[in-house]
Design a protein around this ligand. Structure first.
Ligand code: SF4
Ligand code: SF4
Length: 68
């Protein structure tokens, strides 16, 4: 399933450049992941890079956007 960024995000921006498919962008309050672009890093990395680099654990799996 796609990842989403929860309200713990401090908008540090660290995850944006780590996403292999440019799914992450700056939002109004927190950074946002485009669920249509997020591939859970499949085919790129063994784990979700946004979750790996985030200092506050804000990127989490989003059950409302299950795997296509
Ligand atoms: S899980 Fe991977 S593809 Fe999805 S937003 Fe995070 S870094 Fe990008
Ligand atoms: S790395 Fe974490 S805190 Fe920083 S912008 Fe991304 S989701 Fe937000």
């Amino acid at each position: 399933m796609a990842y989403k960024i929860n309200e713990d995000c401090t908008s540090c921006g660290a995850c944006e450049s780590e996403c292999p498919v440019q799914a992450i962008s700056e939002g109004d309050d927190v950074y946002v992941i485009d669920p249509k672009k997020c591939v859970e890093c499949e085919g790129h990395f063994d784990s979700a890079q946004c979750a790996e680099v985030c200092p506050v654990g804000a990127p989490v799996p989003d059950p409302t956007h299950p795997k296509k």
